[in-house]
Design a protein around this ligand. Structure first.
Ligand SMILES: Nc1nc2c(c(=O)[nH]1)N[C@H]1C(S)=C(S)[C@@H](COP(=O)(O)OP(=O)(O)OC[C@H]3O[C@@H](n4cnc5c(=O)[nH]c(N)nc54)[C@H](O)[C@@H]3O)O[C@H]1N2
Ligand SMILES: Nc1nc2c(c(=O)[nH]1)N[C@H]1C(S)=C(S)[C@@H](COP(=O)(O)OP(=O)(O)OC[C@H]3O[C@@H](n4cnc5c(=O)[nH]c(N)nc54)[C@H](O)[C@@H]3O)O[C@H]1N2
Ligand code: SF4
Ligand SMILES: [Mo]
Length: 678
């Protein structure tokens, strides 16, 4: 006889625009099925395909999970471990940390983390420990979106206050620039973009599903978007479509941009970008047809001049006065402000040691780990750099250094945990209470515990409370329990609520649409939109964005894009058998027909990509979803599950973009050839 059935509402905490509401069907207090919450405005009863498989698959399979603390029992990097009790694991780690602090200082302990889970406590509470330890943080956003953050910081004073998607009902045009909602925001693709009365324009080198379904798709060569933005500004100016009253009242530096516009004709940009001039004209006209929304994607800024590109694109929104009114705005990310949530409540930066060290870029990770004097221990949590970081072969070699003490915290055994000296098993989002806020919609969701974690796995927060105890520390914030932090956040939020109330409904949203910058005050030094920025100039950038573009590749090299895969979530889900079988035994690389012809490569051929950083074996696919000179191969396969023991980051030199020492992973160049083997 099946036991009593109940439904728990929770929220997906993946690093995904959608922030879906989830309904977990339980029997006897055990999860029997994880589905989309039918009452949630985004998920509307359906999870994305990848989560529908993984949340009912590997996430619930104790055999696939880490369930006990492990210590290394073989050669470093060999992946051999033996289980130990929690006390022993904590004792080993804290003994080593105490010795390093005494001999070298906390800064010699480097920790990397990112958005493996975006829930507030599991994503932020461990920072309390590292602040108190005085450890060196690998700058988290530098693997993903820091160039965009820095650029919008110059222009708007913040990068975390985007338009409210609900304002789409009032807009004439949605311009999706360098984002791929059909993969990275599947519900926004399926519902939001379908239901809006607005025209949808997509600017992306890849003709993905969102681009194919748009009213207009511009398909530029990668890294040429600032030229497009300048040409669109040229058209707006030529045709009298500039909102001069807005520019005069609310911006600084328009005249300096205007002085650059004359030569930036659509014909000039067509040569620069490969986009026909009439399409650029069309895009400018559609964008100027009324209030418009500009979605600046994360892919857009993962280019060598990604920061400059962002400043140029943002100027378009200013030139049309697209701020402070319904149906207008620009979006990169939505932080907690409109929900009255401050992440410092969780992170407690006040615990920082007096000599708290500066962070460094993820692009410098390998070099930093190679430096024996600078780095004696490496801790990873919510991140899998052995799969996601650049310079993969060199990083893997470095992680086997005997004098580098590796501690990895994850829910699954991964490429990174394989290199660890100590592995600590984390509970998944289905196994503890937390809060999760979408970074697109303004929803705040309850993440509710649905069942006990498998084996001895513990939420990140509890792992770091135990580590703090092992260090012998006494600051109460290091031991604060989850319920009290959650209660504190909710009480002070705009919802002024408690967890039981939020959990019963599943999610809350402030009344809206919220109008972005409604008071037309911007948190910049001048209080206006800074099209010209003294701060940027002081940091070594031009005062205003420039009409720069990357030249086409030379010497037979091709530009390789490796954005989000529909079936993977960064480096999660490749261990889900149903997903792995969809993705096949080898990476797929898409070629434009003319490049394939030139290289004598046919559909399905075994190929090899290579550059000075490494090589990658793959299978060719041929189609005009990519422009000439550009290749596409999605991120997120697991090196350890490949015959070749590597993924696309074997080709990633870790070059930095122009701002924020951030990744320009879509700027990689490679050569391609047919492999002898089939
Ligand atoms: N299914 C799935 N969803 C995900 C993720 C995932 O791995 N899988 N990852 C999550 C994470 S961490 C992030 S950061 C977001 C990222 O999601 P997005 O913001 O959508 O960013 P990307 O997937 O990197 O790239 C988006 C698009 O940028 C385009 N692009 C690359 N270079 C250029 C350029 O020079 N100009 C223009 N105009 N476009 C360019 C790519 O072709 C790609 O189609 O997605 C999140 N959601
Ligand atoms: N070639 C290429 N490389 C890229 C990119 C690209 O576009 N192309 N994109 C970059 C981007 S945008 C990003 S954001 C990074 C992402 O790279 P990563 O941050 O390394 O990848 P994630 O898959 O987000 O997750 C990291 C790990 O967190 C674990 N995890 C999940 N939940 C929990 C939890 O509750 N506790 C703990 N301790 N662990 C948990 C997962 O199991 C996973 O192993 O990759 C970057 N790498
Ligand atoms: S990953 Fe994104 S689309 Fe999939 S269930 Fe989670 S929030 Fe929804
Ligand atoms: Mo990301």
């Amino acid at each position: 006889m099946p036991g009593p059935k109940d439904i728990v509402k929770t929220t997906c905490p993946r690093d995904c625009y959608d922030g879906c509401g989830i309904a977990v069907i339980r029997r006897d207090g055990r999860i029997s099925k994880v589905v989309g919450d039918p009452d949630h405005p985004t998920s509307r009863g359906a999870l994305c395909g990848k989560c529908a498989l993984a949340y009912n698959g590997v996430f619930l399979d104790p055999a696939a999970r880490l369930t006990q603390p492990l210590v290394r029992s073989g050669p470093k990097g060999g992946g051999q471990f033996r289980p130990v009790p929690w006390d022993e694991a904590i004792g080993r780690v804290t003994d080593r940390f105490k010795a390093i602090v005494a001999e070298t200082g906390g800064h010699a302990i480097v920790h990397a983390h990112y958005t493996g889970t975006c829930s507030m406590l599991a994503g932020g509470f461990p920072m309390r420990f590292f602040h108190r330890l005085g450890a060196t943080e690998v700058e988290p956003d530098s693997i993903c979106n820091n160039a965009g953050h820095v650029a919008l910081g110059y222009v708007l004073g913040t990068s975390a206050d985007g338009f409210d998607p609900r304002t789409a009902k009032d807009t004439a045009c949605i311009l999706v620039w360098g984002a791929n909602p059909s993969a990275s925001a599947p519900h926004a693709h399926k519902h939001w973009l379908q239901e809006t009365p607005a025209k949808v324009v997509v600017i992306d080198p890849v003709r993905h599903a969102t681009a194919a379904e748009a009213d207009l798709h511009l398909q530029p060569r990668p890294g040429t978007d600032a030229a497009l933005a300048f040409a669109m500004l040229h058209v707006l100016r030529r045709d009298g479509l500039i909102d001069r009253a807005f520019l005069d009242a609310h911006t600084v530096g328009w005249d300096e941009i205007e002085a650059l516009l004359e030569p930036c004709t659509p014909a000039w940009a067509a040569v620069a970008s490969g986009v026909p001039a009439e399409r650029i004209e069309q895009a400018a006209r559609l964008y100027a047809a009324g209030p418009a929304l500009l979605w600046l994607g994360q892919g857009l800024q993962r280019q060598r001049q990604g920061g400059n590109i962002f400043r140029a694109c943002a100027a378009l929104a200013a030139a049309r006065g697209n701020f402070g009114k319904p149906g207008a705005g620009l979006y990169y990310l939505n932080g907690g402000r409109s929900r009255g949530i401050d992440s410092r409540t969780v992170n407690a930066p006040r615990l920082k040691t007096p000599d708290y060290p500066a962070s460094f870029s993820q692009m410098d990770l390998t070099r930093r780990l190679e430096d024996e004097a600078a780095t004696r221990a490496f801790v990873t949590w919510n991140i899998n750099p052995a799969a996601s970081s650049p310079e993969q072969a060199r990083l893997h070699r470095t992680l086997t250094r005997e004098s580098l003490y590796n501690v990895a915290i994850d829910i699954f055994p991964t490429d990174t945990t394989a290199f660890a000296d100590v592995v600590l098993p984390a509970a998944s989002f289905l196994e503890f209470d937390d809060l999760a806020k979408s970074y697109f919609h303004l929803t705040l969701g309850a993440q509710a515990k649905c069942q006990e974690p498998p084996g001895e796995a513990l939420p990140n927060q509890e792992i770091f409370r135990r580590l703090a105890r092992g260090m012998g520390w006494t600051e109460p914030e290091l031991f604060e329990d989850d319920a009290s932090i959650i209660a504190h956040i909710l009480k002070r939020s705009v919802f002024a609520t408690d967890f039981a109330t939020l959990k019963a409904k599943g999610w809350m949203i402030p009344p809206g649409p919220v109008i972005m910058f409604a008071d037309l005050k911007f948190p910049t030094p001048s209080g206006r939109i800074e099209l010209a920025s003294a701060a940027a100039e002081a940091d070594g950038h031009p005062r205003v964005p420039q009409p720069w573009f990357d030249a086409p590749t030379e010497g037979g090299r091709l530009r390789l894009l490796s954005p989000a895969d529909v079936w993977l979530m960064n480096d999660l889900y490749f261990n889900e058998p149903k997903i792995a079988s969809k993705l096949g035994p080898e990476p797929i690389v898409m070629f434009h027909p003319s490049d394939a012809r030139r290289l004598n490569i046919g559909e399905g051929d075994a190929i090899e990509l290579g550059n000075a950083t490494g090589t990658l074996a793959a299978r060719a696919r041929i189609g005009d979803a990519v422009p000439e000179g550009t290749l596409l191969s999605h991120k997120g396969r697991w090196p350890g599950r490949e015959r070749q023991r590597r993924n696309v980051n074997a080709l990633n030199p870790g070059q930095k973009s122009d701002m924020g020492e951030s990744s320009c992973v879509h700027g990689i160049e490679v050569t391609a050839r047919r492999r002898a083997t089939t």
